[in-house]
Design a protein around this ligand. Structure first.
Ligand code: ADP
Ligand code: MG
Length: 350
């Protein structure tokens, strides 16, 4: 199945990054403990937490896993779960009725509207109708080898149903309603980032002072490592067959790193690669870049921005990043050359 193929691909990246995180270091009575999960968000999640004892780590880890499972279910667009209204429930009720949802799903959608506006629509959670077509073609290619490109007409018809203004959020009632029965939400571009942000907040509240969480490469850091050194995180090489697994190493303290790349999920038709980040204007994967990496303290914002900036002309994306406080970006262009925002360099190792 696709999940395992992709998990295999990601494993190399995670293992490579793991080396950099310096597992097992002991200093100031804190020890680094690691854990990996394969069952959430269709990717690999790994955590490193510095704790005083195995028992303390186990308590934190239990809470972390419980929350991880909760967010995984809450943001699922393919399955429903007993006793919970999630994104699929909202989609299933499109044109029928408002759906009462937990505060955190409301918050994710509110943030998504804000990022839609800030990025001039380059990131759009209301693109479900179009994204599901690409998803089905990608699945067909991997499951029965029927690799084809969706017809322009099919995409254009679906695109008539992606108006984010028809998603009605009622804060007071804590409900979400999709007015257009043929529209649907896809939160794939922000769910991992938002979950990472919340997990970071929860661990901090529990007393964690030093940790790194990676949800399929969406990296959240808490503090420094126990020895006071920043966390060292690799920016993945888009050329996954290259000997070097990462193109740069960045130093992060209370910062997040999120990358959107063409190498993460794709299929091929006649030697042409069709990846999973879809430009809302062309309705097609856009081939300007191989990857866009964002550094910013809020991982939900980082995730939304990585997808949005991937869909923007370089000049426009650069202007957006430069206008935002505490936010940097690295672009790896289709030809392999790189561009970076003015402050990116200060995070890079020599
Ligand atoms: P990944 O999930 O691989 O880390 P992204 O954060 O860029 O990468 O999210 C890509 C996913 O987001 C796609 O699989 C799809 O579900 C969704 N998506 C694709 N294009 C867009 C877009 N322009 N706006 C919002 N969501 C998108
Ligand atoms: Mg994203």
């Amino acid at each position: 199945m696709k999940r395992w193929k992709m998990a295999g691909l990601l494993l190399a990246a995670v293992a490579a990054a793991g080396l950099l995180w310096g597992c097992g270091t002991k200093k100031a009575s804190l020890t680094a403990y690691d854990k990996q999960y394969l069952e959430y968000f269709d990717t690999i999640t790994s955590v490193t937490i510095y704790a005083e004892s195995q028992e303390q780590f186990d308590r934190w880890e239990e809470l972390l896993q419980e929350k991880l499972e909760y967010y995984h279910r809450l943001f699922d667009i393919y399955n429903t779960y007993d006793g919970m209204n999630n994104v699929k429930t909202i989609n299933d009720q499109a044109g029928l009725s408002p759906v009462k949802v937990d505060r955190e799903l409301l918050e994710l959608l509110e943030l998504s509207v804000k990022e839609y506006e800030e990025t001039d629509g380059a990131f759009d959670v209301a693109m479900g109708s179009v994204l599901s077509i690409w998803h089905d073609y990608r699945e067909a290619a991997s499951e029965n080898g029927r690799a084809a490109v969706p017809a322009q007409e099919e995409l254009l018809t679906a695109a008539e149903h992606m108006d984010i203004n028809r998603m009605v959020i009622d804060r007071q009632a804590s409900t979400v309603y999709l007015e257009d029965p043929d529209m649907s939400l896809d939160v794939g571009a922000v769910a991992k980032g938002y979950a990472g942000k919340r997990l970071g907040e929860i661990l901090r509240q529990e007393g964690v002072t030093s940790a790194l969480i990676s949800l399929g490469g969406n990296v959240v850091t808490i503090g420094t490592k126990a020895d006071g050194e920043p966390w060292r995180v690799g920016v993945q090489n888009p050329d996954t067959s290259a000997a070097r697994p990462y193109v740069h190493v960045v130093d992060l303290t209370d910062m997040c790193l999120v990358t959107s790349g063409t190498y993460q999920r794709y299929y091929e038709v006649d030697g042409v690669r069709y990846h999973h980040i879809i430009n809302p204007e062309t309705l097609m994967p856009w081939d300007e870049y191989q990857s866009v990496t964002i550094l910013t303290p809020d991982s939900a914002v980082a995730d939304a921005l990585s997808t949005a900036v991937f869909n923007m002309e370089l000049e426009k994306g650069m202007a957006l990043i430069e206008s935002l406080d505490n936010t940097e970006a690295l672009w790896i262009l289709a030809d392999g050359s790189e561009r970076e925002s003015s402050g990116f360099q200060k995070y890079m190792e020599e």
